[in-house]
Design a protein around this ligand. Structure first.
Ligand code: ATP
Ligand code: MG
Length: 589
């Protein structure tokens, strides 16, 4: 129930639609009540059968025609407004969800499956809009029909009125009683659907791996397994629903039986005219509609609650990284970065156990350490994708958690370990940081990244589609586009995570050149396994066991006997064993 109110609040901008629909439904309800009254009146006129009565009967016929005519018009207008309301309702729900997801910290995405997140949205949207459509189209009409019908029934016979009124609580009670069990089944079904569809999206995304490892069948079986579970759960769930519906209808039938008996007995005793009898019977029949509507509504409600539970679960997650307001901007002067005794772990286990080092303005620093030591983690912390557990990171003496995330990230360009691109054109990808970039700016970035050359060889040049995540590009091409994208951002601080890892020596040289251009004059943090990249830096910071092992210039560290010196020795060493070791190290990226 709480969730339904949340949706109502969410969508309070839609009130003109709600009011318009309510207006028409009330009109329609009023018109619905007039019909049986007119029919009852017609019967009494018929019994008298004079000429004057014929005149009245014609008036009644015209009135019924007009009622039908206008209810036709009104119901279509109200349906039209209902459609507009629905389209907007799904838009609001999706928009809020998307907006909220984009505000969530990286940690959320580390654990949730993409397919699951999307599946939850689609399911909730369709059930919530269904429910609201049903409610807006029926609720007020239902209330009014009920009130009018019961009033008229009470007017003719209080016993009939009472019997009809008793239907509501009994019916609602029976429906509500069956609800928790039904919802329990539904949640279980949704869990299975989420797993199946989450995996589905993941498989489609990485279909190459599935095919290469010949796992199509297994993936399909896994999918079937969960869908079969849904079918299995559906059986008791549906049975539960129909058994309950059977009982509800029995109650309904018994009460109607009593109602008719009463009407007939009263008619025989002359307490009701034949016209009254017809009116009452029509009213009693009419009251079945709101009763069924209620049960449909409760049913729809159950569905909406069960199916939107996950949606609201996600909506309730508070971003764990609290952002500072936009007036807390990072004031950049020299772009000096310092890590002060930073401790961090993704879970209980600490990855960084007190890391301190400084990046001098406009210089290049290389992070060296074995795979899994936390190099990429350090860059994520600088971007504040995660918060440190203790210690601090500062840029120009401003602690990054005290400034807005937007102002922090505006000053840092990153070439990620995996060059993540978007579907769309080459141009769109390069200008991602600034969609308003001019032709010259885009081309200059591409040239500096040594990408221009291969881009113009494409049939459509800068307008070529690169496929989802850049799938139509080679590894090196992707990296160069990612470098061009970072170049165009033109930020004073630069992070390069293994930007040359998957390249042959010629492309590596080209990318290296591009990187040199990119790094000029910027405070740069480079993570590279290749010594060629590292040798030209101003400072090397080596990481071992979650702390800084050594800090110094390449020449100083070459002599110290630490990780860097070992790497150098491996490279200059000639034995097969040391070469293998070096290769293994280089391949780790
Ligand atoms: N999103 C995450 N959630 C939980 N643990 C993570 C996550 N990302 C990394 N880790 C763990 O943190 C540790 C450091 O990972 P990180 O990616 O920083 O290593 P790295 O030094 O960049 O390694 P490589 O040289 O292989 O890229 C690893 O043990 C890894 O298992
Ligand atoms: Mg890494």
């Amino acid at each position: 129930m709480k969730n339904i109110w949340r949706i109502v609040r969410f969508t309070s901008q839609l009130w003109p639609f709600y009011i318009a629909i309510s207006f028409f439904t009330v009109l329609l309800a009023l018109m619905g009540v007039l019909q049986p009254l007119l029919t009852g009146w017609a019967i009494d006129q018929l019994r008298q059968g004079t000429h004057a009565n014929l005149h009245n009967l014609i008036v009644i016929a015209v009135a019924i025609f007009l009622l039908d005519f206008f209810s036709n018009i009104f119901s279509n207008i109200s349906g039209y407004i209902g459609d507009q309301l629905n389209a907007r309702l799904s838009y609001y729900l999706s928009h809020r969800y998307y907006e909220h997801l984009l505000s969530l910290q990286q940690q959320f995405y580390d654990t949730e499956l993409t397919g699951k997140i999307i599946n939850r949205l689609n399911r909730s949207i369709s059930q919530i809009t269904n429910f609201f459509q049903f409610v807006t189209n029926n609720f007020l009409q239902l209330i009014f029909t009920t009130i009018f019908t019961l009033t008229v029934a009470f007017h003719y016979s209080w016993q009939v009125g009472l019997l009809l009124a008793s239907l509501y609580p009994i019916y609602i009670l029976l429906t509500i009683r069956s609800s928790p069990k039904w919802q329990h089944y539904q949640t279980e079904k949704n869990d299975n659907l989420d797993i199946a569809n989450g995996r589905f999206a993941e498989v489609i995304n990485q279909v190459k791996v599935v095919k290469t490892y010949l796992q199509e069948k297994r993936e399909l079986n896994l999918f079937d397994h969960h869908y079969k579970k849904v079918i299995d759960i559906n059986k008791p769930q549906s049975k539960h629903w129909h058994v309950n519906d059977f009982y509800r209808r029995i109650v309904l039938n018994v009460i109607f039986f009593a109602v008719y008996l009463f009407i007939f007995v009263q008619a025989v005793h002359g307490q009701l005219s034949p016209g009254n009898v017809v009116t009452l019977i029509l009213f009693s029949a009419q009251i079945r509609i709101p009763i069924f509507t209620i049960s449909f509504m409760v049913d729809n409600f159950q569905r909406a609650v069960a199916d939107s539970r996950d949606y609201f679960e996600i909506m309730e997650i508070k971003p764990s990284i609290d952002d500072k307001p936009s007036d807390h901007t990072l004031k950049l002067s020299r772009a000096a970065v310092s890590f002060n005794n930073v401790v961090f772990g993704y879970d209980e286990q600490a990855v960084l156990k007190g890391v301190s080092f400084e990046l001098q303005p406009g210089t290049k620093t290389a992070l060296v350490g074995e795979s899994g030591e936390g190099k990429t983690t350090i860059t994520s912390l600088l971007l504040r994708l995660y918060d440190v557990n203790s210690g601090s990171i500062a840029i120009d003496n401003q602690i990054i958690s005290n400034v807005s995330q937007a102002s922090l990230r505006a000053n840092i360009a990153v070439v990620f370990q995996e060059p993540a691109l978007f579907s769309g054109t080459v141009r769109e990808n390069i200008s991602y940081a600034n969609p308003k970039a001019t032709e010259e700016q885009i081309m200059a970035a591409a040239k500096a990244a040594n990408a221009h050359e291969f881009i113009v060889k494409f049939e459509n040049g800068y307008e070529s589609q690169i496929g989802e995540r850049g799938l139509k590009l080679s590894g090196g091409q992707k990296q160069r586009l990612a470098i061009a994208r970072a170049l165009l951002k033109n930020a004073p601080i630069l992070i390069l995570d293994e930007a040359t890892s998957s390249l042959d020596s010629k492309s590596e040289r080209m990318v290296q050149e591009a990187l040199e251009r990119l790094m000029r004059g910027r405070t740069t943090l480079i993570i590279a396994h290749r010594l060629s990249t590292i040798q030209a830096v101003d400072q090397i910071v080596t990481i071992r066991n979650g702390t800084v092992d050594e800090t110094g210039s390449p020449t100083a560290l070459a002599k110290s006997g630490g990780i860097y010196a070992q790497l150098l020795a491996l490279q200059t060493g000639s034995s097969e064993a040391t070469k293998k070791k070096l290769q293994a190290y280089e391949l780790k990226g």
